[in-house]
Ligand binder design. Sequence first.
Ligand code: AMP
Length: 372
Amino acid sequence: MSASATRVGILGGGQLGQMLGLAAMPLGIECVFYDPAPDAPARIAGRHLAAAWDDSAALARFAESVDVVTFEFENVPAESLAFLAGIRPVHPGVRSLELTCDRIREKEFLRATGVPVQPFAPIGTRAELDLALAAVGPHGVLKTRSLGYDGKGQRVVRAASELEPAWNALGRTACIYEAFVPFDREVSIVATRALDGSAVVYPVVDNLHTQGILARSVAPAAIPPTIARDAENYARRVLDALGHVGTLALEMFVADGILIANEIAPRVHNSGHWTIHGARTSQFENHMRAVAGLPLGDAGMPEFAAMVNLVGGVPETAEILAIPGASAHLYGKAPRPGRKVGHIGIVAPSRETLLARLADAEHLARRVNRLA
Ligand code: AMP
């Protein structure tokens, strides 16, 4: 058996990095976080190297201090990742990052992989705007091709006359214009692939967003088994086609009984936080196992589970723990409107009990949450 990695470098030191670091400790893995912010939340869970994303001397020092490099933040410059890949193995690879940081290439990849997507077209020039309108129709969503997250950098378009003003509002930058999907629900699926190509897939979850930010996830999603099987198939296809090593999330809409993929997050994902308390092995632990070259753990769930995000404020820990089946996850971040500062995990032996506990947790979250 070849030796597994014991020192893992993580690009990005947000709460995802923090949860990766906490999952790494019992595996005997030490983490080094690379993040320009001096107060990066992950600094409590390993060593922290604060330097700019394009500081090649710092990047080289970082890579040389670890066995393998991974990321929790997908907007790492592609050149920095390629530079690191010349020094140490990088998992997931450059391909996973490149294909998912450009919404056009991502949708083309999904379509080519046999995962259904809504009609879409690029808009980079005034002429393309008319072509896109003809191809997609007047009801759509205009999004910047890159660097968007939590609903930022996008505009809903309801009539042909609204498209150009929407493009102006986004600074006439390179965009994707996609058909609006009148979805019944938003779901996602989180999965992890190991170095040897084996994979584990978590149950599909139902997600609810408020102002573009994930508000809550419920696992498993209340969807027919055929749709859940399709979702699992799509997740496996995406993992294999990317040659992904590590965890990823595939976000999808359910519309008219079929799945339509919206986007891939090539990393651990907010809609998988429930796995910390609700699955036999969390998405974070499985990610660390995958990149370190360890066997993956069971992605099954013993009970029903849910997660409620705390955005812009946190309640007293005791208030969270007063809810039966609830666990507190506070990231130690200074609360600011619109900033994810923690989450509440909930488990229950039945869906009915879960939904009652979830209502209590959401009530608590609504009291403290400050959206942007
Ligand atoms: P995204 O940044 O692509 O994850 O989009 C953020 C949220 O906007 C999604 O979770 C949906 O609620 C909504 N949304 C994005 N794209 C579409 C679409 N094509 N049709 C309908 N709703 C969308």
